[in-house]
Design a protein. Structure first.
Length: 433
């Protein structure tokens, strides 16, 4: 059964992956057609074609390797300075440029002269290239908000899990009570496990974050209203100042950092809690911020990845993970000892996270990514506006093809990084707990 559920999880993730790629390319395809650009091909995957069918002027198909997708648009790059579509040169760098330019016109047909990508105004090209990543962002937002507002998320609640026996500093190496230690304010007040705190010092509370803040800013007597065995009870506690764990703005603990604040002395229980729209939007904003920070920190994680792949080093929980690693995690999701509804929610979160990563990664202003083409179109718009302001001749389309040598270098770096992640995912994978 475990093997069967693992295979099912991998299949479900791969289906979600293929849908995400198809959804991305649909954004490019639909906007390109709206602006009259001819699109000969719409493909999901790379490598040999598994299935294809031509409808109208576009061939739609699926390829064997589900690691990406593409649409082929006519005239991605303008002709060379001599007005020719292709030429040959003995320079390897020049050859890259000419090969890219030639590929952009290899399916040119009579009448396509006014239907080429580069002939469209810069703002139209920006929309076409942005539409793909934007579709991934929309899908990520819809899934994240849908899951958080319907299934809920595992979070700390206002229900008491355990009550501290005594007052112990957060920086202490043990949570055992030292000799002569005072009872914790929670124990002295009679707080018990499974009590659900509904109000603190007269203020109604429904979430742990608010309750924690109220406790930390309070010292001295305070009332605690709880629901115990269906009955409402009011307790009185005498809070004291103590050294407690410090958290960042997102509620994550800062390792080795502490702060002096009001102390009650209990541990909150965790549970699956449905989020309001506002709470879901805030969590989504935190995810986007974390995604951007992770992308910026990516180069710094390469040494740890190398150690995990080749030296048996620890694979950290926030280590970069590729498609193979994500598929493995997808296989583990359906074997977690959690309710089926939470298995589904976790799988949806995995697919949503993949889409958010696709959006952020593709927006990098580097060729051959979508962000590179967007940057080229924006630069062309700036050049033309500057020329117009200073009454200079129109500089014409910006030749993105001239950046292809840089694009090949970037692509080479991406391939090497992908291979490193792949090896780490196989020999030392990130695992769910």
């Amino acid at each position: 059964m475990t093997t069967l559920m693992t295979i099912l999880g991998i299949v479900v993730f791969v289906v979600g992956l293929l849908f995400s790629i198809a959804w991305h390319e649909l954004g490019h395809l639909s906007t390109a057609k709206i602006f009259g650009i001819r699109v000969p091909q719409y493909m999901v995957g790379f490598g040999p074609t598994v299935f294809s069918r031509k409808k109208g002027e576009t061939e739609y198909g699926i390829k064997a390797i589900p690691l990406g997708g593409y649409i082929r648009m006519i005239g991605m790059f303008p002709p060379g300075e001599d007005g020719r579509i292709s030429a040959r040169s003995t320079s390897p760098w020049r050859g890259m440029i000419e090969d890219a330019r030639s590929a952009a016109y290899e399916e040119l047909q009579p009448g396509d002269e006014t239907r080429m990508f580069y002939t469209r105004k810069p703002w139209k090209r920006v929309i076409v290239m942005f539409a793909g990543p934007f579709m991934n962002l929309v899908l990520a937002v819809v899934i994240f908000l849908g899951v958080m507002m319907s299934f809920g998320v595992n979070t700390q609640t206002t229900t008491v899990s355990t009550v501290s026996d005594c007052v112990v500093s957060a920086s202490a190496k043990t949570d055992k009570c030292p000799k002569g230690a005072k009872d914790s304010p929670a124990k002295a007040a009679g707080l018990q496990p499974k009590d659900r705190i509904v109000a603190f010092d007269g203020h109604r509370t429904t979430d742990w974050s608010t309750l924690q803040k109220d406790i930390r800013k309070t010292t001295g007597p305070a009332t605690i209203t709880v629901i115990r065995d269906g009955e409402r009870k009011t307790l009185t506690a005498d809070l004291i100042s103590n050294q407690v764990q410090k958290y960042d703005g997102k509620g994550a603990p800062l390792q080795g950092q502490y702060v002096t604040a009001g102390f009650l002395g209990f541990t909150p229980a965790t549970g699956v809690v449905q989020q309001s729209f506002g709470q879901s939007v805030n969590r989504m904003g935190d995810m986007v911020q974390s995604g951007v920070e992770s992308l910026v920190a990516l180069p710094g994680k390469i040494p740890d990845l190398w150690n995990a792949a080749f030296d048996g080093g620890e694979r950290k929980a926030d280590s970069p993970m590729g498609v193979v690693g994500a598929a493995r995690v997808g296989g583990e999701v359906f074997n977690l000892d959690i309710p089926p509804s939470q298995q589904v929610a976790t799988m949806l979160f995995l697919v949503a996270g993949f889409n958010l990563s696709l959006f952020l990664f593709n927006m990098l202003p580097l060729l051959p990514l979508d962000g590179g083409h967007i940057a080229g179109a924006l630069w062309e718009s700036v050049r033309r506006h500057v020329a117009k302001v200073f009454r200079r001749p129109d500089p014409g389309p910006f030749d993105v093809a001239k950046l292809m040598p840089v694009a090949y270098v970037v692509a080479g770096i991406f391939v090497c990084f992908t291979l490193l992640v792949l090896i780490a995912d196989v020999v030392n994978p990130v695992r769910l707990t």
